[in-house]
Every structure is written in C-alpha cells, then in structure tokens.
Design a protein around this ligand. Structure first.
Ligand SMILES: NC(=O)c1ccc[n+]([C@@H]2O[C@H](COP(=O)([O-])OP(=O)(O)OC[C@H]3O[C@@H](n4cnc5c(N)ncnc54)[C@H](O)[C@@H]3O)[C@@H](O)[C@H]2O)c1
Length: 548
C-alpha cells in the first residue's frame, strides 16, 4: 500500500512521513527531491531557468515515474508531493487513485508560526503579511487537500502518527475522491467510483434516517440501481420514487404524483431526497425538494455530463409548461453535489459531444486551463474514448468546468464580482435558444444548439470589435475539432432572428448579448439587427457552406 500525504508547506509532511515510513520499513518519497534529482538543479533554479511551466512539467513526470500504486496490504511508500502539486487535477488523478490519502490539516496561524521558525528559508512567510499569504493559500487549496482523510495536524507527532495508523488499518474503500469543497451553494465532492461513499457521508451529515432516491428509468439502469445496492450494503434503508425518463419528467402532473408518493412514505421536513439522473431528472426532483413540505434538503447525483458540469450546480429547479420550458420553478441549492465521473462511462456519444458545447462556453468565458484541456482532450471525450476516462481527462474537464460554474454562481449569489455575473452563462445562448425554439426542441440537443450560438456570438463579437479575430478563430477551431455546429440547419433565418427577439417589434437595445473578449466576456445591448441577421445566416449555413 502507498500513502500520500498532502497539506500546506509547514504542515509536517516531511517529519511525519519520514517517521511513519521508518516505522513500517517503507520508503519515504519527497516528490520535490525527486524533481531536483532528475533535473540536477534545485527547485528555485528550475523556476529561474524553466519558469513555472517547466517546473510543472517536471512535476507531472515525477508523479508518472511513481508508476502504479502498490496493491499490497503493507505500507510500502509514503509519498509527499510539493504543496502545489495536487492543484493540478491530473496529478491528483495519478497520485490518489489506488492510494490512501491523508491531509495534514493545521490552522494557518499554526502554519505561519512554524514556517517563521523554520531553519530553512520559507519564501511563503517572507513578505509583509505572512499570515495573510498562508490564509489565502489555504483557502485556494483546501478543496484539493480535503479529498484526503483529515488528520489533525496540530497534534504532537505521536498523535498525528496515531491517527495515520488508524487510517492505514482501515479497510480500503476502492474508490477515489479527487476534490471536496464546502461551499455556500452546497458541498461538492468529485471523484471516481465514490458515489455511494459520498452519499453515505452526505446523508449522515444531514442526519438522515433513510435514503429516499428519486430517479428515472435510464439513469436508474445506468447508475441508480448499483447506488441503491451500495447504500443498502452500507446499512441504509432505501426508498425509491421513479419519475418518467427525459423531458416527460418535467411536468407538474409528475410532481403531484411524486409528492403523493413522498406523502405515502411519510417524508418529514428535514429528510433529504437524493436525485440520481441527468438534467431532466434533477430539475423536477429539485423542484419537488423545493416545494414538498415547503422545502426539504436534497442531494444531487448527476449522471450525465451536462448535469455534472452545468445543471446540478446553481440551484435552478423547475418544470416545463405547455407555454414554455422551465416556466415554473424555484431556486433551491442542494446540500451536496456528488460528481462521480465513473457514472458517465455509459453515456452515448451524442450526449457527451453535445455537453462539450456547454463546456466550450465555460472555457470561452475565460478559463484558460479548461480551454487548453478541451483543445487537447475534448475530441476524445466527445467520442467517448475509454482512454479519456482512464487517463483522467474526463475527470479534469468535469472538475474544471463544474468548478468554473460553482465560482460564477457563488460570486453572483454574493453579488461580489459584477464581472462574474451569472449572465455570463448565457454566452452563446441568445441564438441557441432561438434555434431550439424554431426547432420545437425536436432534433437538436441543447449543447448542440449552444455550439451554433457560440459561433454566432464569436462572429457578432468580431464584427463589433470586442472579440479579437484570433480568439474567435480559437473558439471556431475547437468547435470544429469537436465536430459541433458543423452541419447546415434547415431553419429559415428569419424565424431564428425573430426568435432571438432582435426583430423590429422589439425596441433596439433590449436584448443583452454576452460576447467573448480576448480572455472573458462583455455584455452588449446595442447589437444591430443587421449584424445578428448576418451571423445567424452564417451559422445556419453550416461550416462548409458559410461565407468564409
Ligand atoms: N437547472 C439548470 O441549470 C439546467 C442547466 C442545463 C440544462 N438543464 C436541463 O437539463 C435537461 C437536459 O439534461 P440532460 O442532457 O442531462 O438530459 P437527461 O436527463 O434527459 O438525460 C439524457 C438521457 O440519458 C439517460 N441517462 C442518464 N444518465 C445516464 C447514464 N449515466 N448513462 C446512460 N444514460 C443515461 C437518461 O435516461 C436520458 O434518456 C433539460 O431539461 C434542461 O432544461 C437544466
């Protein structure tokens, strides 16, 4: 067995790791030492010569050089990665899977004091506000460290070692947690094969007495049934309320039936519901949770890529009316969101590809790391390549895109950052919604429509001079690579333009467009109708037939 120790600089990883390793006759591996040895240079020298990018490349190589985790029962290696190594999702994927992970947690005050006393110069505490720097580092990294089992790192060495011995003696769970964040919009856990484990913890946290699962036949077959079996094995009494598959679930009549089923189960006010499914299940299940007994807590276990990166985050719940989609609803944040990427393996290719439309949107809003990841691995994910799951690309994209949405929603909830306003999520949606309306929601999936909308927004933005040509080209190129919004669409341009609300009946300037900039977005309410006309005509003509 291997143990990975994570925590801030000064959390005691080296002292604790060496002691634990020698006690068990195991090897202690300090990843920064390995990097220095391979480079024949010190970490500061590598930073000076190769920059941070060079160091991070070497760090990835050092993680890869560890090889597969030791599968035996005895402790073989104690691995201490540098404090920042686990910020990279792929490093966590390679380090945490198949290994025990412990987080040596100590309050920033304790860390700052220890670092100040350290005989080795610690750059982190050399500035004017050492405690402030440690605090902000702790805040930025806690969600990565908290994927491990929390060890009280303030205890004396014997106490810390005692807690680690208990962890080593506990049975292996066989699942991997990659991220755990406590946020104002719910607890977020991300990992592989950890849905049951995470649900178990979330239900305990809510003092649930049973697991009431709400699902639909498609998600149930792919993910719900095995989750229910796992929960039963963990000692939970499980009840199930089944909604219809697809958009059919988003009807008020379905909510009434489901609410009556909950009444028969005598669901009480504080009892949580667990929604297992894609967006078409999460929306009505969340609405049920928002309204039953004037609101009960709920936990989301999204089972589609769209749901994991988008619909499960943000608290928007609701049902459709014959007059329009999502007309009836409520904001009701889940208490916990469980993102288990293993559940996505059974998704059909078309769904994966369509979801990439929303993911490109999040990237184009200014998440450079997500953009680069989508450029490198998006096509493999869209094809449903098994390898994209195996080497962690799916987990990385889900983490980056889901976290980008978490940040937008949190910023908006607190109205802290006008720049990160929720309106940004409408990038590409002006034309997407219009296309979907003209399509009667019949042939295109939402993410596919968003891809057309993104191309339109890039063209409008370029014409207005807010989107640099190279940014627009980059957005178009990544959509090309994903084979999204390529085909001509058989809809009359006039109908689509009318559906955007830009037609003459509406006073100019009422419609707020979100347009990409070099590294983010702006909103504009002065997009001339002629420009919309041109952009819509171009995207409807498809990639082959459009004006160059
Ligand atoms: N609340 C929000 O903020 C928000 C955001 C975006 C979209 N949405 C809503 O989400 C809905 C679309 O969600 P969706 O794309 O997830 O569709 P969906 O929930 O209908 O799922 C698509 C299909 O996949 C099946 N399925 C689910 N999980 C599976 C799995 N793991 N393996 C194989 N098949 C599986 C389902 O049975 C269904 O047939 C729309 O109703 C949309 O309005 C809501």
């Amino acid at each position: 067995m291997d143990l990975v120790l994570v925590g801030l600089p000064g959390s005691g990883k080296t002292a604790v790791g060496r002691r634990l390793a020698s006690r068990h006759g195991a090897a202690f591996i300090d990843l920064d030492d390995e990097i220095e040895r391979a480079a024949a240079a010190s970490v500061p020298e590598i930073f000076a010569g190769e920059g941070e990018a060079g160091f991070r490349r070497r760090e990835r190589a050092a993680v890869a050089a560890l090889g597969p985790p030791d599968a035996g029962g005895a402790l073989q290696r104690v691995i201490s990665p540098g404090g920042g190594a686990v910020v990279d999702p792929r490093n966590r994927w390679a380090l945490f899977r198949g290994r025990r992970v412990a987080w040596l947690d100590a309050r920033p005050e304790v860390i700052a004091q220890r670092l100040r006393r350290s005989p080795v110069a610690r750059p982190l505490v050399q500035g004017p506000d050492p405690l402030g720097r440690v605090r902000s580092l702790a805040a930025a990294r806690e969600r990565f460290y908290a994927a491990g089992t929390r060890i009280n790192g303030v205890a004396d060495l014997a106490g810390v070692l005692g807690q680690l011995e208990i962890l080593l003696a506990s049975p292996a769970s066989g699942c991997t947690t990659l991220l755990h964040a406590v946020t104002p919009i719910g607890e977020v856990r991300l990992g592989e094969g950890m849905a049951v484990d995470a649900l178990d913890q979330a239900l305990r946290g809510l003092h649930a007495r049973r697991a009431v699962l709400v699902s639909e036949p498609g998600a149930w077959g792919a993910a719900g049934e095995t989750t229910a079996t796992g929960l039963r094995a963990a000692g939970w009494a499980v009840e199930t309320v089944m909604l219809p598959a697809g958009e059919d679930a988003k009807r008020l009549a379905v909510i009434e039936d489901a609410a009556r089923a909950l009444a028969r189960l005598r669901l009480e006010r504080a009892e949580p519901l667990v929604a297992i499914g894609g967006g078409a299940l999460g929306d009505p299940a969340g609405f049920l949770a928002a309204t039953y007994a004037r609101g009960v807590p709920w936990i989301q276990v999204p089972t589609t890529l769209v749901a994991q990166v988008d619909s499960a985050i943000g608290g928007k719940t609701g049902v459709d009316l014959p007059e329009g989609k999502n007309l009836l609803g409520a904001f009701h944040h889940p208490a916990a969101i469980v993102l288990d990427v293993a559940l996505l393996r059974s998704l059909p290719e078309r769904q994966l590809r369509a979801a990439m439309g929303e993911i490109v949107k999040m990237a184009a809003l200014g998440d450079e790391a997500l953009f680069a990841t989508v450029e490198a691995h998006g096509a493999a994910i869209a094809r449903g390549d098994v390898s994209a799951f195996e080497y962690g690309a799916v987990a990385e994209v889900v983490e980056r895109a889901a976290w980008a949405k978490v940040e937008v929603v949190i910023a908006d909830e607190r109205e802290l950052a006008a720049k990160a306003g929720r309106i940004s999520l409408n990038l590409g949606h002006t034309v997407a919604h219009a296309i979907e309306a003209v399509d009667g929601y019949a042939t295109l999936m939402h993410g596919e429509a968003v891809a057309y909308g993104l191309r339109a927004a890039a063209r409008v933005g370029t014409a207005l001079g807010v989107t640099p040509a190279d940014r627009a080209a980059r957005i178009e190129r990544v959509l090309d690579r994903l084979s999204l919004a390529m085909d001509p669409l058989p809809f009359p341009p006039e109908a689509v333009i009318a559906a955007t609300g830009t037609d003459k009946k509406h006073a100019a300037g009422r419609l707020r467009w979100v347009l990409p900039t070099a590294d983010g977005y702006v909103t504009r309410d002065d997009v001339p109708e002629a420009l919309v006309r041109e952009a819509v005509a171009r995207v409807l003509a498809g990639r082959g037939g459009g004006v160059a």
